[in-house]
Design a protein around this ligand. Structure first.
Ligand SMILES: *Cc1c(COP(=O)(O)O)cnc(C)c1O
Length: 381
């Protein structure tokens, strides 16, 4: 009944865990869910106020523009200038997205012909793979390993693959490994992509969720990046706006024009009131962003310390709200934690086969719940 395209999607890896979770909930077990990549913190009030006011204006009730309101695109450009010292022309170097997932899901359709390769990090955000498969591209896995700081080894990509590689997905600060990329790595990527004529799509969803004084760069800061790539960004994680569905694609105008052509045929843009509220978020006070990171930083410290005291060693992340924890078998470990401790974590295999021996903890729950989770894990470990 289904298309070959649907049939070739990788099997859903969490069926067993989901079943067990449902069973536990039915039994009335109080689960502590550290599996969710969605902030528990609310959207700051000044952004909500802006949405409410804009929603009452009938001028905003019509179809939005495909690429985004001029006000939104200008706000994105000014945010990129202030935050990264990257200059973008709001006219043709910024387009609005219904969340960055929208851009990631549709960009292969603009550049990938059947059989072309897409370079995809493993572990990685699952949409890089599925969007490649929907475009009938072939996936070439770039393994991310602890021994190489979870950065892909570009030199390991075989030349026959490179000859038909069209697109490369990257994501730093990284979900699920919480790794960060040094600026030198981005420069290496730009040079590599220039040599091999590969479109780089950098997913920067976590640039503002950072700790210990670390500031994540934009890929577009690298010399020549705007010639080869685009950056997908989003208000989801920065302003706790995952449900609002707004993000932006920025960078090379020609690449963006391709994405725009696809999107013009599949959606009709982002609700103007949401774009106006997003503009207020980007150009208003940024104190709320720092506050969210401070909250995550405290939770990170508590969870890292708790795990370390139990003999579970993990990297202390400088960014993202995840801990990527090496274990013997991620699926077994997550199942046991759920079954015996009522704590939900995500098995690394869900992000690709290189994640097999890991689980991902999301610190998107209160400090109290995280402390409770540590107590429970300690008792079963
Ligand atoms: C959350 C997330 C996104 C998508 O967020 P949107 O809500 O669609 O903007 C993209 N990439 C990664 C790696 C994420 O974790």
């Amino acid at each position: 009944m289904y298309s070959a395209r649907l049939d070739q999607l990788p099997p859903y890896p969490f069926a067993r865990i989901d079943e067990l979770k449902e069973e536990k909930e039915k039994q009335g077990v109080d689960l502590i869910d550290l599996g969710i990549g969605d902030p528990d913190l609310p959207t700051p009030p000044h952004i909500i106020d802006a949405l409410c006011a804009a929603a009452r204006d009938p001028a905003n009730h019509h179809y939005p523009s495909y690429v985004g309101m001029s006000r939104f695109r200008t706000s994105v450009a000014s945010w990129y200038r202030d935050r990264f010292q990257v200059s973008l022309d709001p006219e043709n170097e910024v387009i609005s997205l219904m969340g960055s997932k929208d851009g990631i899901a549709h960009i292969p359709e603009a550049f990938v012909d059947p059989g072309d390769y897409v370079l995809v990090p493993d572990p990685g955000y699952p949409v890089y793979r599925t969007s490649t498969l929907f475009a009938e591209g072939r996936i070439h896995i770039m393994p991310l390993r602890a021994t190489h700081d979870f950065l892909p080894c570009l030199d390991d990509i075989p030349s026959p693959i490179l000859r038909s590689a069209k697109l490369m997905f990257l994501n730093y600060p990284n979900n699920p490994t919480a790794a960060i990329a040094p600026r030198e790595f981005f420069q290496e990527v730009v040079d590599f992509a220039t040599d091999h004529e590969i479109v780089v799509v950098h997913d920067n969803a976590y640039s503002e969720v950072t700790f210990d004084g670390y500031h994540a760069p934009s890929f577009l800061e690298s010399h020549g990046a705007k010639e080869v790539g685009v950056e997908m960004h989003s208000l989801s994680k920065t302003y706790n706006m995952t449900g609002w569905r707004i993000g932006m694609a920025c960078g090379n105008a020609e690449i963006l024009a391709g994405l725009k052509k696809v999107k013009t045929n599949v959606d009709s843009g982002v609700f103007n009131a949401v774009q106006i509220a997003a503009s207020v978020a980007l150009t208003g006070p940024q104190e709320c962003v720092r506050k969210s990171s401070e909250i995550y930083e405290k939770r990170r410290n508590t969870l890292v310390q708790g795990l370390t005291e139990m003999g579970i060693e993990c990297m202390i992340p400088k960014a993202t709200f995840y801990l990527w924890v090496p274990v013997k078998n991620g699926l077994d470990f997550a199942t046991r934690l759920l079954d015996e401790a009522g704590v939900v974590v995500t098995p690394g295999i869900g992000f690709g086969s290189c994640g097999r021996a890991y689980v991902r903890f999301a610190i998107t729950r209160s400090l109290e719940r995280i402390e409770q989770a540590i107590d429970r894990i300690r008792r079963v470990i």
